[in-house]
Design a protein around this ligand. Structure first.
Ligand SMILES: *[C@@H]1O[C@H](CO)[C@@H](O)[C@H](O)[C@H]1NC(C)=O
Ligand SMILES: *[C@@H]1O[C@H](CO)[C@@H](O)[C@H](O)[C@H]1NC(C)=O
Ligand SMILES: *[C@@H]1O[C@H](CO)[C@@H](O)[C@H](O)[C@H]1NC(C)=O
Ligand SMILES: *[C@@H]1O[C@H](CO)[C@@H](O)[C@H](O)[C@H]1NC(C)=O
Ligand SMILES: *[C@@H]1O[C@H](CO)[C@@H](O)[C@H](O)[C@H]1NC(C)=O
Ligand SMILES: *[C@@H]1O[C@H](CO)[C@@H](O)[C@H](O)[C@H]1NC(C)=O
Length: 589
């Protein structure tokens, strides 16, 4: 009898504890959540309740990671209206309106009334999203209100950061003022939409960091966007007639990641969860280098972190105020070295591995191809640059054009970063380029006929290393041939048309120093003494780096009496690395 009673008591407490430990994730109109209570999402990932940040005594209603010992807060309801005592209570009214009250009368935060709702419930989801649903609604994902639409400083997986073009809803992160105060600082992160969407950070109204154009698989201004993150999360940028937003998803629920805007550090940081140490670790930070600062080099400048000074003028431009430019005052930016002459017909110079200029006044067309894009740009005298919109899979489609100054261009080093940009320059600028090209072609033809296949091999390596596709801008080129560069190169060689090799190379890289480096290495390979020739592995190393190269001596074949050499001002130094300088200089004039 007695034993039975004790058993009963034990059972009672077990049931009680079991109930208490089962997460309650929902409240309905008859209930309220008061200070000291919390809702916990079904899988116990997130909790909703009252908290005081750090050293503050104010009370806020917020959502935090439930399993994180630091209880990292991801959302705050009453950001600008702190509660000064513990009388806060959260309720959902039968109209579907959520109200946070103090002392049973003053509302410090609330949402709007929902027009038609039968039986509203407030629920904290496993995603960390606090939602109002109609209990009667058979579709559980039909949210009448959701906290994900009103983000604080944190972006969680599945959250959209961007604009709904139908309703005008603009979901932006805004940083906490400081460690103690969740009210919005002036640092915000979101999508600006002016003809085309652009994701970035603003300080007040000023642009502070921009990701550059979305080019189908990544942002043109973010280095190595995909490969790093691949294991942890997937991201996408969606742009259609209804919406433009950035979103990411976890690959594995137990490997958490979040994005936070931090006013103190003036940065957007991504953290990932380290389950062993139970801590958040910084995964990435924007801005990430000096060149990420918006418009650092002024109009038509190009920021290259690997150069000193980092600010350069775009090809075909010169500093507007040379003296100020030389003393690192870049705000004046650059102007065309040779004025454009639209009527006489301008040309374009191709830049590679660059972040797109800021989208202040762009024109985009998703189905136009590059040729049509170029023609359209050429027709409009105020068009200053054009490019494809989508570079997925190495190809290109769509058209983007810029009008006016090109701002916030950044130079990357790796082929997997940035995009291709065609900028308008005066015809005389492109003619000069062509001349240099022809000269090089002649030089090369001579070198090739003297040195046989070796140079060809090196150029082939140059080309394949850069994943060059012969004349990829002409869509009619045969892909098989592209894939079989060696064959194509060999054919050009046997058909006695080696200048095409150079031509293609220049078309593809648009990068004269790169080609000159290739020639330089080739010359090293044809040194008279085998001891002076680099081995194949060294050649590959040389091609892959920008290190200083040894000066080539006179090669093991005759290289006198090439008329073009004198013209290209190589005569004084003969075959030295000076070649590089004099040829580049020639091009820049
Ligand atoms: C606390 O806040 C209430 C209103 O929310 C206000 O009436 C009251 O004066 C405040 N008390 C203190 C001590 O600041
Ligand atoms: C709050 O108001 C309700 C209804 O007016 C009342 O029943 C309740 O006792 C009040 N609670 C407190 C703590 O004042
Ligand atoms: C998810 O991550 C956890 C912890 O690192 C690991 O144990 C688990 O195998 C992963 N699951 C999958 C499907 O990769
Ligand atoms: C912002 O950065 C400061 C300084 O590093 C740090 O103390 C603070 O916790 C950060 N805030 C957030 C919300 O991560
Ligand atoms: C955990 O932290 C310690 C000390 O900071 C560090 O040495 C260790 O590598 C961390 N563990 C993991 C798995 O990162
Ligand atoms: C050039 O393009 C701009 C911007 O789209 C447009 O406003 C202007 O009318 C165009 N000019 C001509 C001559 O087509």
């Amino acid at each position: 009898m007695e034993m039975g009673f004790i058993f009963y008591i034990v059972c009672y407490f077990l049931v009680f504890f079991f109930k208490a430990s089962t997460a309650i994730d929902t409240i309905s109109p008859s209930e309220s959540l008061t200070d000291g209570m919390s809702l916990v999402s079904n899988d116990r990932s997130f909790a909703l309740g009252f908290f005081s940040p750090h050293t503050s005594n104010n009370r806020y209603l917020g959502i935090w990671y439930h399993n994180d010992p630091m209880q990292t807060v991801v959302w705050v309801a009453n950001r600008i209206n702190p509660i000064n005592d513990s009388t806060g209570a959260l309720q959902i009214e039968s109209s579907g309106r959520i109200v946070l009250q103090v002392q049973n009368k003053t509302a410090v935060w609330s949402t709007d009334t929902i027009a038609s709702v039968e039986n509203p419930v407030l629920q904290l989801l496993d995603s960390g999203n606090l939602v109002v649903k109609d209990g009667q609604d058979s579709n559980p994902e039909n949210y009448l209100w959701q906290s994900f639409d009103y983000p604080s400083d944190t972006m969680l997986p599945g959250m959209k950061i961007g604009v709904d073009l139908r309703t005008g809803l603009d979901r932006r992160l805004s940083a906490w003022k400081n460690w103690d105060d969740p009210s919005p600082g002036d640092l915000t992160y979101g999508v600006d939409f002016r003809g085309a969407p652009e994701l970035g950070i603003r300080k007040g109204l000023d642009k502070y960091f921009q990701t550059g154009l979305w080019i189908g698989h990544s942002f043109s201004g973010i280095r190595d966007g995909r490969s790093n993150s691949k294991k942890i999360f997937d991201y996408d940028f969606v742009w259609n007639k209804n919406e433009a937003y950035y979103i990411f998803f976890l690959k594995n629920k137990s490997v958490m990641t979040r994005v936070v805007l931090n006013q103190t550090e003036s940065a957007r940081k991504r953290y990932t969860w380290n389950p062993e140490n139970q801590t958040w670790e910084t995964f990435s930070m924007r801005p990430s280098d000096y060149c990420d600062r918006y418009g650092l080099c002024g109009p038509n400048g190009n920021c290259d972190y690997n150069k000193l000074p980092v600010c350069q003028c775009l090809t075909g431009f010169r500093p507007k105020w040379p003296q100020r430019w030389d003393s690192s005052e870049y705000s004046g930016g650059c102007i065309h070295s040779k004025p454009l002459n639209c009527q006489r017909g301008d040309g374009f110079i191709t830049l590679r591995r660059v972040k797109s200029p800021a989208i202040t006044n762009p024109w985009v067309h998703t189905s136009m191809n590059l040729k049509e894009c170029k023609a359209q740009c050429l027709r409009n005298c105020s068009c200053t640059a054009y490019t494809n919109l989508d570079f997925t899979g190495g190809g290109g489609s769509g058209c983007a054009m810029w009008f006016g100054d090109l701002v916030d261009v950044k130079q990357f080093q790796s082929d997997s970063d940035g995009m291709v940009l065609h900028i308008r320059v005066s015809a005389s600028e492109t003619e000069l380029k062509k001349k240099v090209k022809v000269k090089l072609a002649i030089i090369l033809a001579t070198v090739i006929s003297a040195s046989g296949g070796l140079l060809l091999v090196v150029c082939y390596i140059c080309r394949s290393r850069k994943k060059l596709k012969a004349k990829s801008e002409d869509n009619n080129t045969n892909d098989k041939e592209n894939g079989d560069l060696e064959l194509a190169t060999w054919r050009l060689w046997t058909e006695g048309n080696p200048s095409d090799i150079v031509e293609d190379f220049l078309v593809e890289t648009g990068d004269l120093p790169e080609l000159l480096r290739c020639i330089h290495i080739s010359l090293l390979c044809v040194q008279q003494h085998p001891m002076e020739r680099p081995g194949m592995s060294s050649v590959v190393l040389m091609l892959g780096s920008r290190s200083e190269l040894p000066l080539p001596k006179q090669p093991g074949f005759l290289f006198y009496n090439i008329p073009i050499v004198a013209e290209a001002s190589l005569a004084n130094d003969g075959l030295h690395s000076r070649n590089e300088i004099s040829l580049s200089t020639l091009e820049a004039r």
